[in-house]
Design a protein around this ligand. Sequence first.
Ligand code: NAI
Length: 429
Amino acid sequence: MSDTLRFDNKVVVVTGAGSGIGREYALFFASRGAKVVVNDLGGTVKGEGGSNAAADKVVNEIKAAGGIAVANYNSVEEGEKIIKTAMDAFGRVDVVINNAGILRDVSFANMKKEDWDLVIRVHLNGTYAVARAAWPIMRQQKYGRIINTSSGSGLYGNFGQANYSAAKLGIHGLTQTLAKEGESRNIKVNTIAPVAATRMTETVMNKEMLEKLNPKYVVPLVAYLAHDSCEESGAVFECGGGYFSKLRYQRSQGVCFDGIPTPEDIRNNFQQIIDFEGENDYPNNNTSIMAKFLDESIKAKLKPKVAPVKQTGGQCPNAGKTQTAGTSQSSGSSLQSDQLFEMMSAFMNSGDGASLVTKVGAIFAFDILPAKGQPVARRWIIDLKNGKGSVTQGKSDQVDATFTMTDEDFVAVCKGTLNPQNAFMTVII
Ligand code: NAI
């Protein structure tokens, strides 16, 4: 059996497919069996005017080669019309490649509001509009692949492209959240930051560079990300001229202060705050900063005889201290999770839990086992139904859900290293 990645019976929507990289996507996917929606407004690189010719030409090329394609001439700002073209012609949407784009390059000092607005509308709002229209279809069929197009200018910034940079990094923000929201329905969403010789770059690159950067080089990565077999989601890749790489965030060692630091404390510890040497930390979710703090707290808890180090890289002086847990009273031998519940209790007592009570309105019980197969050692009640909320140890018959977990699993869930769905053994009484 051939291991060629095919797209038979798949419907692929490519925006801005009338020229440049988008045209190459459309021709490629059609050649691999996909039914392709060739969207293009047909305007100038600055986003002026429009014509059906760009999309029609690519559709004709695909048909001449024996492929299946339909044209759409709407602006990506009208994403629902593009997706409607796909549904009317082919009855489904499997892959969306958000590629359409324009430029309005000018220094920030000279940038007019219309330059800002149009670039944000086409890139960021256009990506949103097409994805939003395809989303319920993908959710319902429990399948989808979306590839969004960012740029090095968005990831790193670039002189004269404040509008474009803002839109392009916003697009990756959208990707990261859609990847999380689409996970349970097999919808994978990724971003690429391409480099290619097109009308967009012909004025800013020399002839030699342009020759090495045929837009065809971008296609293979996007094809793989669009395929059933690809599990990647939420990532951003650089690609062009035959080079492919993935980017990620790195967190510095950081410093955790005991109490609210002064600006002088920040100045005095700044080198450590920005220190990337030592243990590597590559966060990929916004709870990981809490996980980092908890991690330090737990480490310190497990080594109670080591005096807390003040203001050192990655160590939280607070971590060495026993947090007072309000009404909670730990009993029996200590569990790692005790400190986490005590911290939650302190959070509730600070008054910050009141918003959770409004949002959640439920009482949860956590039965913690010291290890798998052992009897429950601790029952914690998280009451998010009343007042400012509370976290206490003990009994309550009025819980809405009970989670039975080992101490180790609970800590791993809090640290973000274990998926709660895999960890919970008993849910809902
Ligand atoms: P291109 O100008 O050749 O192609 C863009 C296509 O989008 C054009 O055919 C244009 O008519 C279409 N388009 C523009 N506004 C539209 C709208 N409102 N609705 C529908 N179609 C519209 O440019 P290229 O280089 O192929 O760019 C493709 C994508 O790659 C863009 O998002 C661009 O920002 C991005 N990119 C390209 C780089 C490069 O080196 N070429 C570098 C970084 C990002």
